[in-house]
Design a protein around this ligand. Structure first.
Ligand SMILES: [Zn+2]
Length: 174
């Protein structure tokens, strides 16, 4: 199994066809009510180009590559804007695959220091909050944790990329 290494915002791997270096870029887009991740791989040695779009869970290394490229934003709401909406908000977070404890923590963060995610994740969350009647969401650029950005080479299994599909888990904010 080949393994990718994150260098800057690029995923470096080896071409399944010729063995040369491939460079992969990860992007995200909000499509309706879901996030679509795209990974595009290009081989230095041959004309092999792989474009994969998928929704569902993103691998940690792919998310790190995306964050290196797109950054993070922090979304918060004024506590009064979310007043009386604790239950719908907990339900919203639970539907995104969180445990009850995680949902409670996300609710506390939302009306406190803010929830941090990729730009598309936070746009999706803002849209869902608007549907619930939470007004006045604000997003600000968040610092990328240096541990995320600069922790040396990390590897991940690449078999999913090879055939463009991912396990059908929902992403936390997708
Ligand atoms: Zn190749």
């Amino acid at each position: 199994m080949s393994e990718a290494i994150l260098v800057g915002d690029e995923l470096i791997d080896h071409c399944a066809r010729c063995g040369a270096r491939t460079v992969g870029l990860v992007d995200e887009a909000l499509v309706g009510d879901r996030i679509v991740w795209s990974v595009s791989l290009r081989c230095d040695g041959c004309d092999n180009v792989i474009e994969a779009d998928y929704s569902g869970r993103i691998y940690p290394i792919e998310r790190a590559a995306l964050i290196a490229r797109a950054g993070l934003v922090r979304l918060c709401v004024a506590p009064e804007a979310a007043q009386g909406l604790r239950l719908p908000l907990l339900t919203l977070f639970r539907r995104q695959g969180m445990t009850y404890a995680e949902a409670a923590a996300a609710h506390a963060a939302l009306i406190g220091e803010g929830v941090v995610g990729t730009p598309a994740e936070m746009q999706l969350l803002a849209n869902r909050l608007a549907v619930l009647g939470v007004a006045g969401t604000r997003t600000v650029r968040a610092a990328v944790n240096p541990n995320t950005a600069a922790a040396g080479p990390r590897t991940a299994p690449r078999s999913c990329l090879d055939h463009g599909c991912h396990p059908n888990h929902g992403p936390r904010f997708g």
